[in-house]
Each structure stands twice: as C-alpha cells, then as structure tokens.
Design a protein around this ligand. Structure first.
Ligand SMILES: [Fe+2]
Ligand SMILES: [Fe+2]
Length: 604
C-alpha cells in the first residue's frame, strides 16, 4: 500500500480551502466539439503559417493564435456532466504539468497544496465550487503527451444524494473515491490509499486516451527523408511462396503515377550477350501523411513476382524509362525447393537510435552476406503510425532490405494509436494467418527445412492458439521457429506476459518448437531449453526462448531461474546457420563490436 504525502500545506489550510465556498456560474451555452475546433485551428495554422513556423510552433505562440471563442471551447467542452446539488470540483493532475491545462487558472481553480503519488507520479489538486447544473471542463493539454487529469466531486454541504448525470463523452463513469478505484475508464491504474479528507468523494472517471485531443504542438513535422521522383525505400518481402515468388515494394513522390520493375535471371545477365529483362507494371497506391509539411502525399509501388525458379538469383531494378529513374541494379534470391543449408539474421527492437542500428544491420550483412532474410521481432520503429520514423528506419536499412527480404512481426510500437495501419501499408506479407485476425498480422512461411510462425502479441494470444496448433501440427519442417514481440519468458518480473507463456508454450512443447525469437524487453536473454515452463537438460527436449534488442534503448534485467545467458545495455544481432551436414543449428549473437556474446549449437 502506498502512503500519501501531504506537502507543505497543513491539513488545517486544506480544510479551510475546502469549506470556503466560491460559488460561480457554470457554462451553459452551446458546446461545439473540441475535435472540430482543434481541426479548425490546425487548418488555420497550415494555411497562414510558413512551413518553418508551423514545424517549430511552441505552446505560447499556439495559444496566442487562438481566438477567444476557440479558447472558450477548449476551456469548457472537453468533458461535461450535470450535478443535482452544489459541489466542489477537484481536478487531480500530474504535478509535473506546470500551469497546464491553461484554463485552470483562467477559470479560477485554486491549488490545494495537497500532493500524493499514483504509480510513482506526484499528483496535485485544483478546486473550484460549482452550483447545481451543468459543469463543463476543458482539454487536458495543448502540447500533448501529458497524463489525463482526474475529476472528483464533493457536495458543498454534507449530502449523500449527489447525482451525476448527462455525462459527456458517454464513456465517463462515476465511482466512490477510495483506494483501488481506477481514475480512468480505459487505463489499468488504481488510486492508492487516500487522505481521510478525500475518501468518500465521487470520482468522475475520465477517458485517458482523450488526453491528446487538443494537441497543437508537434503535430506538423518535416521528415528528414522526403520522397522524390526516383524510387527509394526498396524493400523485399514474401507475400507468397518464397520458392517461386518475390514481393518488391518501393516509394516515390506523388508525381510518379506509374512505376515498373524489370528483372532477369543473374545467369542470363552475366553473358557476353545478356538476355532481355522482363518488365512489369507495379500496383501504385497513395499514402497520405498529412502532418508532414514536406511530404504530405507519397506513392507506394508493389510488384508481386510469381512463377520464378526456385533457388535462383535474379537482378532487378525499379523505375521508369521515360522518367530516366531506374534504381541501381539489385538482386534477390528465391528459396530452395529442397533441403539446403542456409543462414538468416534475427534482430530485436530497432525502435530508437537508427544511426547506431545502421551499423548493426550493415554489420550483420558484412558478417553473413548470404544470409537469406532478416527477421525483426517487433518494435521496428518507435512511433509506428508516424511516417518519419519509418522513413528514418528504411533509409538506414538501404542496401540491405532491397536484396534480402525482411520478415517482420508486430510490436506494441507498431500499433501506436491502436492499429498497425502504417506497418500494414508498408509491407506486403503472407495472408495465411488465423481467419478471425486481420490478414498479414500472423503468418507462416517455409524456407528449406525450416518453418517460421509469426504471431502478433499485440492481439489476444487466445485468438491465435487454434491456428498455431493447426499450423504447428501440420508442419513437417526439421526446424521450427516462432517469431513474436512480447516474450514468454521476460527479463524482469514487471514485464511478465503470462498469457503468452500459458497459452502458447504448451503448444510449442507439444510440437517441439526449436526457438522462439522475441523482443520487447530491451535486453538480451536466452533461456535454458524449456518444457512445461521448466528447465530441461537439452534442446532435444525443450525450446530456447530468446529476447534481444538491436536499438539503443535498454531496460534493466533481473536474474531469473530460466535465464542461461542474460545481459543488458548491449544491442546485438543474431546469425542462425542451418547446416544440413550433421543437421545442426549454429546460433551466435554478436554485439556492435563484432564480439560473440552468446553461442549455442543444436543438433538434431
Ligand atoms: Fe515493445
Ligand atoms: Fe520496444
């Protein structure tokens, strides 16, 4: 149980403030939505400010550009409700918010001088008295990224019959304010033990996800890597059978309405009289990034080549003759249609520090140039629905992902705002996942004598168990790998993912998965071989679970019973060599200095 802390104000001062009524009139006028008002403000910024002004606008400047009417709406119409008796309204707010939200002082709310901690955050209280009737409160912040304030009500005279009705938005709820009650309807956060004076108040549970509804700062940005007429961000994936197909995707600016791919078998090209390349039109689609002042609309182009020869290297280029825009020759190689030795690379979260990550991915490419593909176990970027993060990451992956396919999984950062919209637009992937799940979020593919099962831990694990059981039970592969983001065996207790462990590891046990390639914990961890959630003696009996990180953000790690190798503060990339002669898997984790940090060999 957490203790509350009274700040320098004494309890007497607190009571004095609470019992001094400062009745005032609540706003009863028409209430246009904050949403429409903010959209109007942002449109006006866009049409009246220069590109540089709009990108660098700060809070003071944004506020100075608001009309009185806009300020009034932002100060009054974020949430509202009716009360049947006069009440004191408490705004419970993150103490680090300074003088935000701006309307608190302007509307004469007074600080109480009382602070306590909720989940290690200091919160403070601002109060004001209201008559019976409609009470409306303003937006959370103009700068965004603050915790949402909470609201509590106390009858001005002792009265057990306080009724709160006509709540807007409709998700708002009320509850008696006491330890364990959630201040937000949509966040798993509970109130600690409360000072006696606060217990028994009525809390109006607000909607946490609406905290950025009036964000005016940092909305418009410039991407450092805007599109141009020449193709870039060329990325290989496999949407179909890797033995006979290749998917190629790239980007141009919006002026390029048509783009093509030409390709030729490498052996046909490397002759005195090379054969003619084949040519195919790409499917072109528009992608709107309206918050990017220097790249609001781009075109993405996709070609799905099918009917290719297995185990064959092709050269290709994308662009257009008439635009003189062909990309430099690059290559891809189809998967073998029989058992062949091969290698692949696996990386955990890239997410932050892409300059450094560039050295990881190029290091992996130099170390094993013939690695067949690159697995990334989620959190490829930090802000999954903001295109500049992807622009940065794909720029740093240039010269690698245009010649070795990317095999991605979805992490929590890909679903920024709730859905992996940008991720799904960027990557064309196999559509062979569970029926009840949006296509491409889970999928499976085979390569040589291995099969890979890519899962989405941002969706409920139970939605995927039936499919997982079906595809694993049908698999005839010698080597079986699962790829997903939230680890079944976490590197510290607070990051535990019980559902993943309880629902999926029994299926991995049953069909003897060799390795689970995971991310999320921003540290390196390899378990002992595990079966039935216990350590077993050899990989023949159990499954290795690996967490790794390839970016520059790190979390602490606790010693756990299941950890055979664990460390943090070190990004790594992993190379897995599947050897046929002897039926071996050689696994090595390398750090940025090219040192081997972990190594295992599994023999079948
Ligand atoms: Fe994550
Ligand atoms: Fe992450």
């Amino acid at each position: 149980m957490r203790q509350f802390k009274l700040s320098i104000h004494t309890a007497a001062a607190l009571f004095a403030t609470l019992i001094l009524p400062q009745l005032c009139q609540s706003h009863n006028g028409p209430h246009p939505s904050v949403h429409d008002t903010v959209a109007g403000i942002l449109n006006r910024f866009k049409s009246t400010l220069s590109t540089d002004e709009i990108v660098t606008i700060d809070l003071a400047k944004a506020k100075s550009l608001l009309t009185e009417k806009e300020k009034h709406i932002l100060s009054h119409e974020h949430i509202s409700f009716h009360v049947n008796i006069p009440v004191k309204v408490f705004i419970i707010r993150d103490a680090s918010m300074g003088d935000k939200p701006f309307w608190l002082k302007e509307r004469d709310f007074k600080p109480l001088g009382l602070k306590f901690k909720i989940q290690n955050r200091d919160v403070d209280f601002w109060v004001k008295d209201f008559e019976a009737g409609r009470i409306s409160l303003g937006i959370n912040s103009l700068s965004g990224n603050d915790h949402h304030y909470g609201v509590a009500l106390m009858p001005l005279k002792p009265d057990p019959n306080l009724e709160v009705t006509k709540m807007y938005p409709g998700q708002l709820r009320t509850a008696a304010m006491k330890e364990g009650v959630k201040p937000f309807v949509d966040k798993n956060e509970a109130l600690p033990a409360l000072p006696t004076v606060l217990s028994g108040l009525t809390i109006v549970q607000t909607v946490y996800k609406n905290r950025n509804d009036a964000k005016l700062i940092g909305i418009y940005r410039k991407t450092s890597y805007p599109s141009g007429p020449k193709p870039d961000q060329i990325v290989l994936t496999w949407a179909n059978d890797p033995t006979t197909s290749q998917t190629i995707q790239w980007r141009t600016d919006k002026t390029v309405n048509k783009s093509q791919l030409q390709w030729i078998k490498k052996t046909d090209f490397n002759r005195f009289q090379p054969g003619a390349p084949k040519i195919i039109d790409a499917v072109t689609s528009e992608m709107l990034n309206t918050n990017y002042v220097n790249d609001p609309k781009i075109h993405r182009h996709t070609v799905n080549l099918t009917g290719l020869e297995p185990n064959t290297t092709y050269l290709y280029s994308v662009g257009l003759d008439s635009a003189n825009s062909w990309s430099e020759l690059s290559e891809f190689k189809t998967a073998p249609n029989k058992t062949e030795p091969f290698s692949f690379v696996y990386m955990g979260d890239a997410q932050n520090g892409f300059d450094r990550w560039r050295s990881m991915i190029t290091g992996a490419f130099r170390k094993r140039p013939n690695a067949a593909f690159y697995i990334m176990a989620g959190d490829l970027v930090d802000r999954g629905n903001e295109i500049d993060d992807w622009d940065n990451m794909l720029h740093k992956a240039r010269d690698v992902y245009d010649r070795r396919p990317l095999i991605p999984a979805i992490g929590n950062h890909e679903i920024q705002g709730g859905h992996p919209t940008t991720y799904l637009k960027l990557f064309d992937l196999p559509k062979n996942g569970p029926e009840k799940i949006e296509p491409e979020r889970c999928y499976t593919f085979k390569y040589s004598n291995a099969e890979f099962f890519i899962l989405d831990t941002t969706l409920a694990p139970k939605l995927q168990t039936e499919w997982l059981e079906k595809v694993l039970s049908a698999s005839t592969a010698t080597w079986k790998f699962a790829v997903y983001h939230h680890p079944a065996y976490s590197s510290e207790p607070a990051r535990d993912n019980k559902k993943v462990r309880n629902l999926w590891t029994p299926i991995f046990d049953k069909y003897h998965l060799d390795m689970a390639l995971q991310g999320h914990d921003h540290a390196y961890l390899r378990t002992y071989p595990m079966k039935e959630q216990k350590r077993v003696a050899t990989a023949k009996e159990g499954t290795y679970y690996i967490v790794s990180v390839s970016g520059t953000k790190f979390y602490d790690q606790d010693p756990r019973d299941y950890t055979e190798v664990g460390f943090t503060n070190t990004p790594t990339f992993q190379i897995l060599d599947i050897l046929i002669d002897g039926n071996k898997l050689v696994y090595k984790a390398y750090d940025a200095e090219d040192k081997i940090r972990d190594e295992i060999v599994i023999e079948k």
